[in-house]
Design a protein around this ligand. Structure first.
Ligand code: NCD
Ligand code: ZN
Length: 348
């Protein structure tokens, strides 16, 4: 097959940032995707419905600068803090202003200082969300300094997620950017109210790509890349068509100099090349017929939203395509994800 047309995909986890960076990256997503769940980890974070409304207007203004306001819809999220007001969350969700609430364990990743230290302190919010069918997106890593960085996802499942799901089985959860076989197995083993997103980098790369032959700061993200056996488990579930798994790029732009640094930021910016990479991967797996499920159908089904009305077409060429290496806007320079293999597909 040299050409495939699928329902326009959505990105169920993206970082747009704000200001000039947002104006730089927003078109990269809007070009291929119909909607995206927009992460709230700004500084300060998007905590209230009013914050989300204001941020949405800034995103829409940036889209309008690119003439893309009609082809893309940002889906807003709230950053869960121990001060979050359950009534504000429910009102925001019921009005459609907000699509999900994001749980960051305090200190887990970039701009997560205002996150949750003790889940008991947010139980009233989580109960209100469960009662009102509001999705909780979780960054699934424990932050205890004694736990090895490569074990943090597995420990989160045991120590936080399983107990939470026992306590509140009706809460609808998305375990975001799963990176391990533990994550894939856990989500596969549960038959309701749990789904997971997976990123392009965790589907294409393992930790050797980041660490062998020199440290590659542009492959450093959180959760960190894992062993090959974990990557394979993620590829299996992504390509299976299983409705519980869908694309969330976790595209997370940082300026080049803040990643190429003695203490580099975590985050991979991949929006520009994600769909080409996905077509390549699904072709390799003889699963092109599942590309649409993973990228365009499973996400809306879990969120209870209609699929997009338009389509995109991907075309395969004999020669590898030349992928952009940077997105540049004035002084801002963001390095684009390098999939570390030839890519023969592009969005036409
Ligand atoms: C994200 C960021 O830079 O905001 N970084 C990352 O490595 N994924 C934060 C996050 O989603 O963990
Ligand atoms: Zn993220």
């Amino acid at each position: 097959m040299n050409e495939i047309t699928i329902v326009r995909p959505d990105d169920w986890h993206v970082h747009f940032r704000d200001g000039e960076m947002m104006r730089t990256v927003v078109a990269e997503t809007a070009r291929h995707f119909g909607r995206a769940i927009v992460m709230p980890n700004l500084v300060p974070p998007v905590v209230t419905r009013a914050d989300a409304n204001a941020y949405q207007r800034r995103i829409e203004a940036a889209l309008a600068e690119h003439g893309m306001q009609d082809q893309f819809k940002p889906l807003m999220t709230l950053y869960l803090t121990e001060q979050t007001d359950p009534n504000d969350v429910v009102a925001a969700a019921q009005s459609g202003d907000v699509q999900a609430v994001k749980l960051y364990p305090a200190g887990a990743t970039t701009n997560s200082a205002s996150g949750v230290s003790n889940i008991d302190n947010v139980m009233p919010v989580l109960e209100a969300m469960a009662d009102n069918n509001v999705v909780l997106c979780v960054h699934g890593e424990v932050t205890n300094p004694d736990i090895d960085i490569f074990d943090r996802e597995a420990r989160f499942i045991e120590d936080v997620l399983q107990p939470l799901r026992k306590r509140l089985p009706s809460l609808r959860i998305v375990m975001e950017h799963i990176t391990t076989k533990h994550g894939a197995d856990y989500v596969s083993s549960e038959d309701s109210n749990l789904a997971a997103t997976i990123t392009p980098q965790h589907l294409l790369l393992n930790r050797n790509h980041m660490l062998v032959g020199g440290v590659r700061p542009h492959y450093y993200c959180l959760p960190i890349l894992k062993r090959e056996e974990h990557r394979k488990a993620l590829v299996d579930v992504a390509c299976s068509g299983d409705r519980r798994f869908f694309l969330g790029t976790d595209s997370a732009p940082h300026e080049k100099h803040t990643k190429e640094n003695s203490c580099g930021c975590a985050g991979v910016f991949n929006s520009t090349v994600t769909m080409a990479c996905m077509a390549q991967l699904f072709e390799q797996q003889h699963a092109l017929d599942m590309l649409e499920a993973f990228c365009s159908k499973n996400g809306p089904a879990y969120y209870g939203l209609p699929i997009n009305e338009t389509t995109i077409t991907l075309r395969r060429s004999e020669k590898p395509v030349t992928l952009p290496e940077h997105v540049i806007n004035g002084d801002i320079n963001v390095t684009v994800f390098d999939p570390a293999q030839d890519i023969n597909w592009r969005v036409v």
